[in-house]
Design a protein around this ligand. Structure first.
Ligand code: GLP
Length: 241
């Protein structure tokens, strides 16, 4: 794994946006795997700026998001669907038909999870997967568990995740208890992975990610097996390494 330690959140975001811009400029129809949460917000802001300055064109780009809360409709302000349109898609020239986000509402999640994987497979694999990091080392919503789930699936959110994400909801009771997430197999098949983390609250998860061992207790440790994974963090997230 390649490690880049930046001075602060802004520098982390600019570094990540540059790498994504280069990817899209090298291959106009790149398949990007995208993440939600506070961490990639700065990266998305930079990409919007680059698009407005004419430095990057998203008209052929295809995207697959990592995850979505079960039970939230697309127009719910805390859904990841809503987040992606608000913070990126509404501000760039991506085509709606090229955007893929798992559905939070379904009458058959097994079928929809299978179709999501099949849709990704149609494009071969993801060219560049952007990842945030949960305080417990989750990536997407792949929570610590006894085993690794390789495909898109439904998960029970960990207590730590519910606590960390309650800041976006009126009360903890409103935080969904389940989510649909891309599996670690699909994430690991991506040609290139960029993991971002910022802030002291991610320092422990970063230390464990870089420890050099693999454990399902810290799902991000699987990245050590990837041939082209880059971790971009700020000084605070690097404070325990
Ligand atoms: C969320 C998302 C992850 C995200 C992580 C960190 O629960 N499912 O994809 O990377 O938690 O979130 P944040 O960037 O807000 O710290």
């Amino acid at each position: 794994m390649r490690l880049i330690i930046t001075n602060d959140y802004d520098e982390m975001s600019k570094t990540a946006a540059e790498i994504i811009k280069e990817q899209v400029n090298r291959k106009a129809n790149s398949v990007l795997g995208l993440a939600t949460g506070s961490t990639p917000l700065g990266t998305y802001r930079e990409l919007i700026k680059m698009y407005k300055n004419g430095e990057v064109d998203f008209s052929y780009v295809i995207t697959f998001n990592l995850d979505e809360y079960v039970g939230l409709p697309d127009d719910h302000p805390q859904s990841y669907h809503y987040f992606m349109y608000e913070n990126l898609f509404n501000h760039i020239n991506i085509k709606k038909e090229n955007i893929h986000i798992p559905k939070g509402i379904s009458d058959d999640f097994d079928r929809d999870c299978r179709l999501y994987d099949e849709e990704i497979e149609k494009f071969g694999e993801i060219d560049l997967q952007l990842l945030g990091l949960g305080v417990n080392g989750h990536i997407g919503f792949n929570e610590p568990d006894d085993y690794i789930n390789t495909k898109t699936h439904i998960v029970d959110l960990a207590e730590e995740t519910i606590n960390a994400n309650k800041r976006f909801f009126k009360s903890i009771d409103e935080v969904p208890r389940k989510a649909v997430t891309m599996g670690l197999g699909t994430i690991m098949k991506s040609k290139k992975i960029l993991l971002l983390a910022s802030g002291k609250n991610k320092a422990k998860a970063i230390k464990e990610t870089l420890n050099g061992y693999l454990t399902t207790d810290v799902p991000s440790t699987v990245l050590s097996l990837h041939p082209d994974a880059t971790i971009i963090i700020d000084k605070d997230a690097a404070s325990l390494i």
